[in-house]
Design a protein around this ligand. Structure first.
Ligand SMILES: [Zn+2]
Length: 91
């Protein structure tokens, strides 16, 4: 059993929130978000953002939101390496 890296998690985040992922992948993401406070916050924030978007108009998730979150998290990791969730996975 392996845990996803934050980067992998974020790459799948859109699909995870869209519930288009297959159950196995979903379970992997779920496990990551439960153990990683950083990704939990990102996931929670994105979820709330999406709810607002979906309430306004039925449109696909703007890719811009996703890339902005990615950039923010990558910056945060650079600024504070301790926040990196470097578990027993590949980096
Ligand atoms: Zn993470």
């Amino acid at each position: 059993m392996r845990l996803l890296t934050c980067k992998q998690f974020l790459q799948e985040l859109n699909d995870y929130l869209d519930e288009t992922l297959d159950p196995k992948m979903r379970a992997d993401l779920q496990r990551h978000v439960e153990e990683c406070p950083n990704c939990w916050v990102v996931c929670d924030t994105t979820q709330k953002t999406l709810r607002v978007f979906k309430g306004m108009e039925a449109q696909p998730i703007p890719g811009e939101i996703h890339s902005r979150l990615m950039a923010a998290l990558e910056k945060r990791m650079r600024d504070d390496p301790r926040s990196l969730c470097r578990r027993k996975t590949e980096v």
